[in-house]
Design a protein around this ligand. Structure first.
Ligand code: PLP
Length: 373
């Protein structure tokens, strides 16, 4: 807490049961940890090339295909390095020559900037919008790939996934959206993410749900002259994924917790069930902010408001940083605004693991803080 941040002790009976509201890494359920602990002697510390681990990878890949209702010819590809590594892999393996990128926050912009420096690409077109808004594609037959984020984690903007062209690949960064928002697989060729948000696991792994067109593109580029570092070679990732393993050693705990969460979603009713949990929590936050008199949703257009990462602005007389600092001093963590956005706001992650009752308790705590400031 800064020097001038008031010291306030929130009454225990007001506090949420689980105190984690981060936008990733985010809440991991106790059940996931218990399942991992129970599997420890036979699973943790054993070879990732053997059946024990490969069975879990198989169940994870099948579970994801079922969760996202993937057509039979789509494939679930996994590899190490998280989304940031996947961006580089996508640049090497999925873009032929010309691509158009939507940039509407830190993460979508990072991918666009990384592509713009690739010496083997011809044209990288970047369409930007102000933070809190999202741009649209301007399709053109020269592009062989289009790229956007489903959810821009830095601003709390969620943009519906809609294919701009049938002739080009549609690459979607779903790092924070996947599992907490509906998507139609026909609208993407690659829907990629890490497990540290809705899937309540750790970072460092990537998953890419790929259409036949994307798989064909990987083979086509591989057959050409482009040098591809093996770690970023998606044909190698694909080959290993089909064998229920990764090219190099993965974090086994991450895979186990991830699989447990995917099974939980599927048992409870699938993507509509998990997305609805986030929707209910985010609806609560936006409605609370609008009624509060001291806060409002940062994203003006209702249709762009994220169901998983909510961003809330405060009036000038209340400091969002103070609110987050007071919450943190009371062990309620990770409501801080995205560090580089520079707004007077807080950001609350409401992935499916987060209970609505805890979100309600959190807004009660913020009301209490504002009353006592
Ligand atoms: C939308 C989005 N894209 C990419 C990333 C980067 O993911 P990673 O840290 O797994 O590389 C993040 C991380 O928060 C994200 O939210």
């Amino acid at each position: 807490m800064g020097k001038e941040t008031p010291q306030l002790i929130i009454p225990e009976n007001l506090k949420p049961k689980d105190l984690r509201f981060g936008s990733g890494p985010s809440k991991i359920r106790a059940t996931q940890i218990a399942a991992l602990a129970a599997a420890n002697p036979s699973y943790l510390g054993t070879s990732h090339r053997q059946k024990t681990v490969r069975d879990v990878v198989k169940s994870l890949r099948q579970g994801l295909a079922s969760l996202f209702n993937l057509p039979a010819d789509y494939e679930v590809v996994i590899g190490n390095g998280g989304t940031t590594a996947f961006w580089d892999a996508a640049i090497f393996n999925l873009i032929n020559e010309n691509a158009q990128f939507l940039s509407f926050g830190e993460f979508s912009n990072k991918f666009a900037q990384a592509a713009s420096t690739a010496p083997f690409l011809k044209q990288v077109d970047i369409i930007k919008s102000e933070p809190g808004d999202a741009p649209d594609y301007v399709p053109n037959s020269t592009f062989d790939a289009y790229a956007s984020a489903h959810n821009e984690t830095s601003t709390g903007v969620m943009k519906e996934v809609k294919r701009p062209s049938d002739l080009a690949l549609h690459l979607i960064d779903a790092t924070s959206a996947a599992g907490g928002a509906m998507v139609d697989p026909k609208e993407f060729d690659v829907y990629y993410f890490g497990p540290q948000k809705s899937f309540g696991s750790d970072g460092g792994l990537f998953v890419a749900l790929m259409s036949p067109l994307a798989i064909e593109r990987i083979a086509q580029i591989k057959a050409g002259k482009r040098w591809i570092p093996p770690f970023l070679d998606l044909s190698i990732a694909l080959e290993n994924s089909r064998l229920q393993q990764t090219y190099n050693t993965p974090a086994l705990a991450t895979i186990h917790m991830f699989e447990n969460q995917v099974s939980w979603f599927n048992q409870q009713g699938g993507l509509s069930w998990s997305s609805n949990r986030s929707k209910e929590s985010s609806d609560h936050i936006y409605t609370w902010a609008e009624k509060s008199g001291f806060a409002k949703p940062f994203v003006n257009k209702k249709e762009l408001r994220s169901t998983v990462v909510t961003t809330i602005d405060f009036i000038d007389s209340i400091s969002g940083d103070d609110i987050s600092a007071i919450l943190r001093a009371n062990s309620i963590v990770d409501t801080d605004a995205y560090r580089k956005l520079g707004k007077n706001q807080i950001r609350i992650g409401v992935f499916p693991s987060v209970e609505l009752s805890d979100v309600q308790a959190l807004t009660n705590c913020i009301d209490w803080i504002v009353e006592h400031l």
